[in-house]
Structure formats: C-alpha cells, structure tokens
Design a protein around this ligand. Structure first.
Ligand code: MTE
Length: 315
C-alpha cells in the first residue's frame, strides 16, 4: 500500500521551473493530448486522488548539471535497506506492510530544548524540492527528486549547546516488520552520524517524499536523511532518534568495517574503497560508466567544510 500522508505543497518559488520540469512529451500530456490521467501525473497530483497507481515515469526533471532524474520505477525498486533484505530488488515487496504512521522522532542529547516531533510537526517545516544525485559506495548512482526540508531548521528548533559537536541518527528497530533484522551480524539498530557543521549545511535535508508523493517505505518512510555529497549509506532511513553529542558517534558501517566505511564517507574519486575503485560509477539506467565527481559534484558548496583535512585519512 502506498503511504497516504500528504506532504506539503511546495511553493512555486522553490520548485524547478515548469519549462524545465516537463519534457516535450509531458508538455503534450499536460496539454491534454494524452488524457486527464497523464495530466494529473505530470502535475504531481497524488495518483490515489486520480484512482491510478502510477507516477509519471518520464518527468523531464533534471539536476543542476542537466542529468535527468531516474524514473520512479527505478528509484523505488532498486534499494538498499538492510533491515528488510540485502537484495536490492526485494526491498519494495518486503517493505510493503511497514507502518510509517503514526511516527515520532525524538531529538535530544546536548540541546537546550529536547523535543519529540510527530510526523505532523515534521511536515510543518518549510518543504522544498531538491533534485540530488545519490552515489552509493557500491559505485552505482541515481538522480532523485526529493521533497523535504533543511535539517538545520529542526536542529535550530532544539537549540544545540556549545558542547555539541556531532549529530547521531538512529533508524526504527522493528523485527516483527523488518525481516532483515534477524541477521545477527549487524549491530542494529542502523545508526549514522554527521559533524554538526555538516548537519547544519543547507544541502543536508530530511526528506519526507519523492516525486511529489509521500516517501515510499523502501526509500525510508516517513522521514530519512539525504546528504548528497556523501556515499549513500550516510543517508539513513526511517529515523526515530536524533541525538547531539560531543564525541564522534559510532555508526553501523564503521563499527563493522572501519577501514572500508569511514565516518566521513565523502564521495571522492581519488580515494578507492579497499576492494574496488571509486573513480567511476554506473548511473542506473545508463550503459556506460561515468566519472565520479569530487564530493559528488557539490564541491563548490561543501569543500570548505574540510579545509586543511587530509581526505585520504578522514575518508
Ligand atoms: N538506512 C537504513 N536504515 N538501512 C539501510 O540499509 N542503506 C543506505 C542508505 N540508508 C540503508 C539506509 C545505503 S547503502 C544507500 S545507497 C541508501 O540508503 C539507498 O537509498 P535508496 O534505497 O532510497 O536509493
């Protein structure tokens, strides 16, 4: 069942201009040539409203580099979500009955005003559309049109103390709904972390939807982190807890294999994974490999966060 919570309408000033949003084919749909259902899909109206299961699969959306967004099909059927399964194509099916509502995120630790946010509170933060590249550490990538809000707004609401230096995130732990949690090898619950200045960076968002729809379970419903300049494993799904800390928090992947999955995990074509090259990647839906960009193409915005740091040491 698709999630039915309504994500906020995005103000038009925050949305990709319609001319670039719609491909020629979608313009024809929008003009009514291909019928009313196609029109609704192209406008991002929830398909349930039209009694239709599908979302526009050829949106004409691009990221700021001109790369087309992956289809809704690809984005929702090729997933990493180990709490369900390690089989990327099996996540969607196994996550179908996951309950994403009601939901609450507890925010605490080194903050002046700890607070538990219900999903309704989270949906009240000013939402925007962000079309970001997602580069998995396994060397595949996608372009995804997220809806969400800047994490800094939530952090500012709880007033971090001066001693807070890091932010730790935790995924929900529900073995009865998540069969992958039976795998004893992983130190569940899934957890991740950022340095506070990374968490406060305007590119860092909490996403509640994609393609104008409530977040699908397999993509981390109802709320997940998206940090576009870091390997995808940092973008933790289905968050229930956020904690500000003084020390760098342990994370699931760095606990298992610290030499393979560092705390920083910035996309870096010059620093290979011990078992494979990170110089190139396979964009889902394309045939030939493309070069991986430093900081996944966001260097201009984020390189300054790492001035003076040896990125081969802090990988
Ligand atoms: N979050 C949780 N809780 N569990 C996971 O297994 N996988 C990560 C990240 N967040 C993962 C997670 C990895 S490795 C990637 S590449 C992205 O989610 C994939 O996000 P997507 O399935 O929405 O494309």
């Amino acid at each position: 069942m698709p999630n039915t919570y309504k994500i906020p309408a995005i103000p038009s000033s925050e949305i990709t201009p319609r001319e670039t949003y719609l491909s020629r084919r979608d313009f024809m749909k929008a003009a009514g040539v291909l019928g009313a259902t196609a029109l609704l899909a192209a406008c991002g109206v929830a398909p349930e409203a039209a009694g239709e299961p599908a979302v526009d699969v050829e949106s004409g959306l691009t990221d700021e580099l001109g790369d087309p967004a992956n289809t809704y099909e690809d984005i929702t059927n090729y997933n990493n979500y180990y709490e369900f399964t390690i089989d990327k194509q099996g996540v969607a099916g196994l996550a179908e009955n996951f309950k994403s509502t009601p939901w609450a995120v507890e925010v605490g630790g080194l903050v002046r005003t700890p607070k538990t946010f219900g999903l309704e509170d989270l949906l009240n933060f000013p939402h925007e559309e962000r079309i970001y590249r997602l580069r998995c550490v396994e060397a595949w990538s996608m372009v995804i049109p997220w809806q969400g809000f800047e994490l800094r707004h939530l952090l500012e609401a709880v007033e971090p103390m001066a001693s807070a230096k890091y932010v730790r995130f935790e995924t929900v732990y529900r073995p009865e709904e998540m069969p992958g949690l039976n795998a004893p090898y992983y130190p569940w619950p899934y957890s991740e972390g950022l340095r506070l200045d990374e968490a406060l960076h305007p590119l860092t968002i909490l996403a509640t939807g994609l393609y104008g729809q409530a977040m699908p379970n397999q993509n981390g419903a109802p709320i997940r982190l998206v940090v576009p300049w870091k390997y995808g494993f940092k973008s933790i799904k289905s968050i229930v807890k956020i904690e500000l800390t003084e020390e760098e928090p342990a994370t699931l992947w760095s606990a298992i294999a610290p030499n393979e999955y560092g705390f920083y995990a910035n996309v870096n074509p010059q620093v290979d994974h011990p078992r494979w090259s990170q110089a190139t990647e396979r964009r889902i839906g394309e045939f030939s490999r493309r070069e991986t960009l430093m900081f996944n193409g966001y260097a201009e915005q984020v390189a300054g966060l790492y001035d003076g740091m040896d990125l081969a040491k802090y990988y």
